[in-house]
Design a protein around this ligand. Structure first.
Ligand code: KG4
Ligand code: ZN
Length: 356
């Protein structure tokens, strides 16, 4: 695809229209110069998936098809701009549910082609790390990045907003997935994370002695499946083994179980972040993103860690922690700047798997 020189409408600001459909949020946003969020529209599908206690890919794809056009209209209207003012299209094209990703990618391609503007595919995980750079001055690099969401848990080394290398990730459940499964064990509704967080406020975080997986002295990987099983056994009892009687449940309250589980997850994240900063002392910035960053105990723990180590912690506001298109548009702008606004081809594909 040929590259249209930026310079439409207000030539002093470059507007990127971002699109995000990787999971169960249909989102569009307009961001100026990669930093100023002019609009950020998110249509959540939580109510469609609640009865299944998880995202059903086919339902997600269909809902994206129904919602993408009105969400795009709303994003332009709230930004007070027309399609003709847009300089480029950015779309989250990896990783995610393939059918869901394809809806956003098709919409972005159609718009980029019809407007003759560049198209850029954006990594969803890298975009989460960019959320804390929006509506604020640029942070110092190199930085360390933490993404904790329903599908991903990873620590990355960021040499710049666009040059990112993964240092560690979960070897089983993502942190958000673990929160959601803990909520299911405790009979709390989906999505579980916010409910576990709310219940924890009145619970004792030391009521249950739950295990924390360290995975060796230097590892920056995470594991949450053992913690989840420990919670299950604590509240339902240890099942019988080879004819021996099982251990009865401990009679723990839901708030105590939630607070103990939450503490174990948050402590594991803090442990790995401290290790990462010890291993990369040149990093003075901590970029964070993903739905689990909404967790109150995690936010407090990250703030403490940043104070202790004198770090520039980029905690995004809640609307930019969860899946959104402003982070896609912002990082899309940086990717385009780094390559003189050359467009991705219209054959741009959607990729379900994580890039390294
Ligand atoms: O980033 P996100 O919106 O979507 C994905 O890309 O996965 O993250 C959703 C995840 C869910 O697992 C949800 O339970 C979790 O973030 N979450 C929380 C909280 N708010 C959302 N987990 C713990 N505490 C919260 N307050
Ligand atoms: Zn996400």
């Amino acid at each position: 695809m040929t590259t249209a020189a930026p310079g439409r409408g207000d030539a002093t600001r470059r507007l990127v229209l971002g699109i995000e459909t990787s999971c169960d949020e249909t989102a569009a946003a307009v961001v100026a110069d990669g930093r100023e969020v002019l609009s950020n529209v998110v249509a959540s599908q939580h109510e469609l998936h609640a009865e299944y206690r998880g995202v059903v890919p086919e339902i997600a794809s269909r809902a994206h098809v129904e919602r993408i056009a009105p969400v795009l209209d709303e994003a332009l209207a709230r930004a007070g701009v027309a399609l003709a003012d847009i300089h480029a299209l950015a779309v989250g094209n990896r990783p995610g549910l393939i059918g869901a990703l394809l809806v956003g990618v098709a919409a972005a391609k159609a718009l980029a082609w019809s407007l003759s503007v560049p198209l850029v595919g954006v990594d969803h995980i890298h975009a989460h790390l960019y959320a804390g750079c929006l509506d604020r001055p640029a942070p110092a690099f190199p930085a360390l990045g933490l993404v904790v969401s329903g599908g991903h848990t990873a620590i990355s080394l960021c040499d710049s907003p666009t040059r990112i290398r993964r240092l560690g990730s979960t070897i089983d459940d993502a942190a958000g997935e673990a929160f959601d499964k803990a909520a299911a064990i405790l009979g709390l509704p989906h999505p579980g994370g916010p409910n576990v967080d709310a219940q924890s406020r009145t619970g004792d975080p030391r009521a249950l002695d739950l295990p924390m997986s360290r995975l060796g002295p230097d590892s920056l990987d995470f594991s949450f499946s053992g913690l989840k099983t420990a919670l299950l056994y604590a509240v339902r009892g240890v099942p019988s083994h080879r004819g021996r009687p099982g251990t009865p449940p401990k009679g723990v309250s839901v708030p105590d179980a939630c607070a103990s589980f939450q503490r174990a997850v948050v402590d594991a994240i803090a442990l790995k972040l401290n290790r990462a900063f010890d291993q990369h002392p040149g990093c003075r910035t901590l970029l964070v993103g993903g739905g689990v960053i909404a967790n109150s105990a995690l936010r407090a723990s990250l703030t403490r860690l940043a104070n202790e180590r004198s770090l520039d912690l980029r905690l995004p506001p809640l609307a930019l922690c969860v899946d959104n298109a402003a982070m896609i548009a912002g990082l899309g702008y940086q990717l385009l700047e780094a390559r003189a606004w050359a467009s991705d081809p219209l054959s741009l594909s959607a990729t379900p798997t994580v890039s390294v």
